[in-house]
Design a protein around this ligand. Structure first.
Ligand code: FNR
Length: 378
């Protein structure tokens, strides 16, 4: 077992342990991957401001996100097919997040269902909603999230149409599906994954019973692609807000004008996000988009951030630029794929330790005091 000291170590371990098609599904962006790469490189380019001789003995990363106490300003982002990185991955991720004191967001496209996750958690988690053409089904999912006592609905707005990821097609994650010889041979080298998969959930848990022609993963992905609603508009957002009636987070905002519309729609928080570089290739990196959005609407709603976070230093940078919270997608999937629940815990521990140490080295004791003075504007 290698010594794990950073999220990159978890990524390398996940790459060894997760079947290639599912690892690549997580570790890829759309088209040329320029936005995917910019998310991390633009974060890396920001410089933190080192300060010395300030008493930083007692420090805290605790804060709140939409009024909920969090042990650090981080939430697990919704990710589809998570249960394919590690059997029952959504349940394990939710358990780890709850123990650590950060929110867990369950994707519409999860393998474990809303009810599965509710059955293993004691505190409320968040549910992420995609808007499908079948509004009856959307309504039903909202009701299921209410029944499961989810404490926020994360409505994703940047996937009316799917951005193409070349690796998924090459690996046979296509429609119609291809079980290639390469996939079969690859699986033979990951017996532990295969063994766990036998006893884990194997379908899109939230969609079971809504799919014509069977509930297998690939039939379902085909069905889903045809179900996302390209007509999604702000009127639908208003309808969903009314149906839901609780805290609403609008995810996938990259433009100041859209941020203003999201505030007008009554968002309790918005997530500045380009879907981890998986949708519009050529769009701004999330960290590049963040400051203008914070300037425009930061006084009216909570502005959160995701895209490219791999270290606690990245969280500090996003916080300094005005993000009240950060979501982590791939860092979560790498931890999960590497070591299951223990890997998710490890990932959270690594991020918190790095955040804490970096706060200290910038002369900051309390995460709630972090602001633009903690970075060097170049
Ligand atoms: C995602 N993302 C995503 N977002 C969402 O709202 N619903 C979803 O089902 C998914 N599915 C999904 C799968 C995978 C494999 C990835 C990597 C991402 C986007 C996700 O919530 C988040 O915006 C990004 O992952 C953030 O970027 P990082 O942290 O992965 O760099």
């Amino acid at each position: 077992m290698p010594v794990i000291t950073c999220v990159e170590d978890l990524r390398l371990l996940a790459k060894k342990r997760v079947p290639k098609a599912f690892y690549d599904y997580a570790d890829s962006g759309s088209y040329t991957e320029s936005t995917y790469k910019a998310n991390t490189s633009d974060l890396a380019a920001i410089k933190l401001r080192q300060r010395v001789a300030i008493n930083v003995e007692h420090r805290s990363t605790r804060t709140t996100m939409i009024g909920q106490e969090v042990s650090m300003p981080v939430a697990i982002a919704p990710t589809g097919l998570t249960g394919m990185q590690w059997a029952n991955g959504e349940m394990l991720g939710a358990i780890a997040a709850e123990k650590f004191g950060v929110p867990f967001t369950l994707s519409t496209m999860s393998i474990c269902s809303i009810e599965d996750v509710a059955s293993v958690t004691t505190k409320p988690f968040w549910f992420q909603l995609y808007v499908m053409r079948d509004r009856g089904f959307v309504k039903e999912m909202i009701q299921r999230a209410k029944d499961a006592k989810c404490s926020a609905l994360v409505l994703t707005l940047d996937l009316q149409i799917l951005g193409q990821r070349h690796k998924d097609l090459k690996n046979g994650m296509s429609v119609p599906p291809k079980l290639t010889l390469a996939n079969i041979l690859d699986l033979a080298t990951k017996p532990a994954w295969a063994l766990r998969a036998l006893s884990g959930r194997k379908t899109f848990g939230n969609l079971v019973g809504h799919v014509k022609g069977g509930d297998g993963i690939l039939t379902l992905s085909q069905w889903t692609a045809s179900q996302f609603d390209p007509t999604l508009s702000w009127d639908d957002v208003a309808w969903i807000k009314k149906e839901w009636g609780g805290k609403l987070i609008l995810k996938g905002i990259l433009d100041v004008e859209d941020a203003r519309l999201a505030v007008a729609a009554g968002a309790d928080a918005i997530v500045v996000s380009n879907h981890g570089g998986r949708q519009l290739d050529g769009a701004m990196s999330s960290i590049q988009a963040l400051p203008a959005i914070v300037d425009a609407v930061g006084h009216q709603t909570e502005v959160w951030f995701d895209g490219g976070i791999r270290t606690g230093q990245d969280i500090l940078k996003a916080t300094a630029l005005g993000a009240k919270g950060s979501m982590v997608g791939r860092a979560f999937l790498y931890g999960l794929g590497a070591m299951g629940e223990a890997g998710v815990t490890k990932m959270l521990e690594i991020l918190q330790k790095e955040l804490d140490v970096s706060m200290a080295l910038t002369g900051t004791k309390d995460i709630r005091e972090v602001n633009t003075s903690n970075i060097i504007r170049t």
